[in-house]
Design a protein around this ligand. Sequence first.
Ligand SMILES: Nc1ncnc2c1ncn2[C@@H]1O[C@H](COP(=O)(O)OP(=O)(O)OP(=O)(O)O)[C@@H](O)[C@H]1O
Ligand SMILES: [Mg+2]
Length: 391
Amino acid sequence: MKIKLITPDPYNAEAWAEALRVERAFEVTPIVRALRDVNVIVNGSRPDLVLVETTTPQDFEALEKLAHAHPEIDYVLVGNDLSPEFLMRAMRAGVREVLPAPATPADVLATLRRQLRKRPPVANLPAAQQGEVLALVSCKGGSGATFIAANLAHLLAAGGTRRVALIDMNLQFGDAALFVSSETPVSNVADVARNISRLDADLLRSSMNEVAPGLWVLAAPDDPAHAADVTPQHVHQIVELAREMFDFVIIDAGRSLSSVTLKALDLADRVYAVLQLTLPFIRDGKRLRNVFRSLDYPANKIHWIVNRHQKDSQFSVDDLKKTLAIEQVITLPNHYEAVAASVNQGVPVERVAPNSTIARSLRELAENIAPPTVGKGRSGWLSSLFRGAPQ
Ligand SMILES: Nc1ncnc2c1ncn2[C@@H]1O[C@H](COP(=O)(O)OP(=O)(O)OP(=O)(O)O)[C@@H](O)[C@H]1O
Ligand SMILES: [Mg+2]
């Protein structure tokens, strides 16, 4: 395990490095400097763990930035601010453990050994972490696929508990980013495709906007003409890399079936086909179902969502099930005010109208996809983060 020890205190740097030398699995580089003045990644070589002593708020901000840019590194913090607010911020930044200053060499050794035990043994390490890829496709324009994709991505990120990528593969008229944010996209799918030879985690991350904690968006190109720059091979590379970097990758595949969107659907673990209960949607739903059949997608890969569902509609969910010969349908209610407010403000419906029927149903859908971790109360994770606290 490659460890960088970063502290402005030369005495600590030496004493900690000395103590860690007894553990053969550790490869330690001590750096006597404040974190904000340190290049943690040198020539692309990154440590597995950074142990950093922060003595100023600026140092802690530098740590937050670093942890955002490099969530693949583990962080252990030595600090003297032990307030719950601070620990909460540290937890949000992805810090594994906080040690109270002054930390003795024995404390540091015990903590890093604990972190070492938590790492999977190298031989059993999977090739890479594999996130789940979910693609949403509209049976017909205006079904609500983008609204659902964007809001589902926001809910799955659960305030930063998980890392989620929302990728807009509706390359000509994609607008997914605008459903959850009013930020101007820093880049887009076509830009990434043009730079595909340099594609790595850093490039992909820097091409995305983090619009909410844990929610990263890769926007569609601004100019519809740039859609042509993106090939299925590009989609493959982008999605497979995103799968390694995120817990969930949500793709808005839009409504057109092109070689690019079909590649995205192929890569998806689950496809959500969105329609409404009117004849034009049902007709196109049937066509889409035939496409899925001809692609030999297993039935359990496809999930059908009836959006804007109203009890008094002319067609029932049962009619739809019969017509498409499917067994299960997810319904999301029609809620004009809540959805219009969310869409017009570019803010997830969970934040605009958390008690609305649509927000509740989306929450249920998200919880079905990724059950919330139970038994991890506030005090639970705080205490596991902050093991060094006196009892
Ligand atoms: N459950 C809902 N209740 C009320 N209105 C909704 C609901 N879902 C979506 N809408 C409305 O439908 C409009 C279209 O939704 P959205 O843009 O997500 O559809 P889409 O399938 O992505 O369309 P496109 O094919 O153009 O990409 C939204 O602007 C929103 O106002
Ligand atoms: Mg759309």
